[in-house]
Design a protein around this ligand. Structure first.
Ligand code: DGL
Length: 259
């Protein structure tokens, strides 16, 4: 990977309303393992997906209050909802790179057939999401705002059933499903089984993008995909602001391949 000298070796902040962002945090960590990470979540106010744009921005800024002091190498917004509703504002608020995540509609569109996009209501009602669907959808996308799915996953993460309770997923036929919320990655298998088709999410693509942006720094090793020499015990990950004990346990389980 191309390197630049004199880059900012500061910490990386990863933010989500709740536990969904831990999936993306893990994929960032395996690509740039020697960076220091702070994971900030707002488990008290999750879900953001049923809130207004103003409220989402206000809660996000309040959770991120003071991060400038750390001179971050980057902020990763590991939340489709926050990205959809306020990534532009966050980019103008901060002078460091702000990386967002969007539903992976492009690979799903390339696969063809009828495609179902599941995301929060705030994501599906955003302008950025509408432009994305307009650009790649070719009229073949069914978009559903799931009111309860993220909260269900947040509350039941240690006890997720093989089959999700009725009513959480829409009853439609699909040739491909896009997971437009980082929480949904925890039930990717259940969603694939339910619709019997390929499932796409934006986590890997976003983590690769992150590795290219932060990996250019001469202080960090960076890989596209998992580093071969990853030592889970040597990772520098700190949990802030949210339910830190719960987040740390989930992160460990992700790293051990249990979740
Ligand atoms: N994990 C978040 C996302 O990717 C949102 C969940 C929520 O707060 O509603 O959209």
């Amino acid at each position: 990977m191309e390197k630049r000298e004199g880059c900012n070796p500061g910490p990386v902040f990863v933010f989500d309303s709740g536990i969904g962002g831990l999936n993306l945090l893990y994929e960032c960590v395996v690509r740039v393992p020697d960076a220091r990470y702070y994971f900030i979540s707002d488990n008290k106010n999750v879900p953001y997906g049923n809130k207004s744009a103003e409220e989402i921005y206000r809660l996000t800024r309040s959770a991120l209050d003071g991060i400038e002091k750390y001179n971050p190498a980057a902020l990763v917004v590991a939340c489709n909802t926050v990205t959809a509703q306020c990534i532009g504002k966050l980019r103008s608020d901060y002078s460091f790179p702000v990386i967002g995540i969007q539903p992976a509609v492009k690979p799903a569109a390339l696969h063809g057939g009828s495609c179902l996009v599941l995301a929060t209501e705030a994501t599906v009602h955003s302008n950025s999401f509408s432009s994305l669907v307009e650009r790649y959808g070719n009229g073949g996308f069914t978009v559903v705002g799931c009111r309860e799915l993220a909260e269900y996953i947040e509350d039941n993460i240690f006890d997720l059933p093989e089959v999700l309770p009725r009513g959480l997923l829409p009853d439609v036929k699909a040739d491909g499903v896009v997971l437009g919320c980082t929480h949904y990655a925890y039930v990717k298998k259940q969603i694939g089984n339910y619709y019997q088709c390929p499932v796409y999410d934006g986590i890997i693509g976003t983590a690769d993008h992150f590795a290219k942006i932060v990996g250019i720094c001469d202080h960090f090793n960076a890989f596209l995909g998992k580093s071969d020499h990853l030592d889970i015990n040597k990772l520098k990950v700190t949990f802030l602001y949210g339910n830190n004990v719960k987040n740390a346990v989930i992160f460990k389980r992700l790293a051990e391949g249990i979740l």
